[in-house]
Write a protein that binds this ligand. Sequence first.
Ligand code: ADP
Ligand code: MG
Length: 568
Amino acid sequence: MDEVTGAQLIAAALKDQNVEYMFGIVGVPIIEVAMAAQAAGIKYVGMRNEQAACYAASAIGYLTGRPAVCLVVSGPGLIHALGGMANANVNCWPVIVLGGSSDRNQETTGAFQEFPQVEACRLYSKFSARPSSLEMIPAVVEKAVRSSIYGRPGACYIDIAGDMVNAKIDRATVRFVSCCPAPPVSQADCREITQAVRLLKTSQSPLIIIGKGAAYARAEKEVRELVEVTGIPFLPTPMGKGVLPDDHPNCVAAARSRALLQADVIVLLGARLNWILHFGFPPRFSANVKIIQVDLCAEELSNNVRAASALLGDIKMVTSQLLETVRSESWRFPSDSQWWATLREKITANAQITKALSLQTTLPMNYYTAFHHISELLPKDCIIVSEGANTMDIGRTMLLNHLPRHRLDAGTFGTMGVGPGFAIAAAVLEQAQRFGQKVVCVEGDSAFGFSGMEAETMCRYKLPIIIIVINNNGIYSGVDPETWKAMEKMGDMTTIAPPVTLLPEARYEQVMSAFGGHGYLVRTVEELRTALQDSLKNTQMPSLLNVLIDPTSDRKQQEFPWLTRSNL
Ligand code: ADP
Ligand code: MG
């Protein structure tokens, strides 16, 4: 009899489904699962918190289109991973969470770390199940992998009873399932395509919005053709950045508010009309805007704004259909239009304001100065991970992306703490593929705190990530060291210290040097440039630049009052 253990079956089933990466933290009962996965040729990355492990696994799913696994222990381990599952599911990114669980004969007895895990995960996933027997493990793994990437991608959960890990069965009795094929794709109804192009041709001020759905769909070639053949201006969403380069002549990101407000027809390619796009509502959009919406999820169509044209299908396919019709009618939006003139005028005016702020020489630096110098030095092909409030918002406008799927940030869920996990995933992929691309993780000081201990993971695996902490001593903004000292003298800090403040001038770079990585404390432009140039040369170990900026530094003056609120 050829016997296999539950752990070996899980590993073999994952391998059969082309799962290549596993991130997790081991403990009872899943140590053997990690060991079996490694033995089966799956790369295992041991992290320091399950949340970060799940962020990392989900980033692999987004970057490659094939899910990775987040492996966690029962109870608290699984609960820590829920944050990562929710983030993945809200972002529409595939991920498989594999949770150790109580033994089958101990359910509801108050077993060690017992928790209703399958039920708990249901709210955070597309699919949540516990294989009823060892024989069923491969079938459940296949279904989880398939569910995570078919239709709208998302998170899936597999619960593994502790006693199943080391139990053995005869291999001949197992229901093995071969690798599920890539998701099938569909085209939109051709009458709808004709109607959409007709609408586009009547437009005085058309706009293409490129979302992270287009990035996930790997539709960069088709989207570029659509933009260049039609001559329409485009605007990327935060993670839609890079599908077309930010410095493409049709990119109107620097006139974002005006473009959204004055567009009369918008082609929405893989972006939801949620808070990121102000729901498509006035005052940010015209009340009469007509939306040509492309999405593979039928339920998404007409959310918040009734789609003038609902194109259900895969972005690559539907964009090709649109292109074919546009080409056959030889239509092109004129470049000498009033629309282009008004957008160009705004872009020029905004560039001047940003330039003035960037070139300020007073110390401590403001955000714009720091980002100006960082962007000058970053290689064009680097992967930029970013989180934090102002750090992410200002960084998004200042740090350009040139390649698709090269920006990872707080995303649809606005999650803080994702940065280190995302950066580790990107760096692990880079280590395997050797494209020679740098991973740069631009973090607010508060954001860095959530998963900062992953610096140890980066050092352990020798991942040459560059973390840049834009340190303003707090959440949104902090206070300077003198004010802090004065407050300390006044009495009990729990009653005085503003809740937004963090320890002024905290030495985050020492977190990295503590584990053998490179740490740099940066106060001046010269120090910033030298430290960044130096860390770009560090190919063996990660670096952390602790960039002390002015705690009162803020976003530039906004034209509309609603833009001064955070996150808008
Ligand atoms: P963003 O954050 O960039 O605005 P969202 O995550 O809100 O983007 O929206 C992405 C959309 O793309 C989702 O509605 C999702 O269903 C859709 N989507 C994902 N992959 C594809 C695909 N291959 N084809 C069409 N739509 C897709
Ligand atoms: Mg801060």
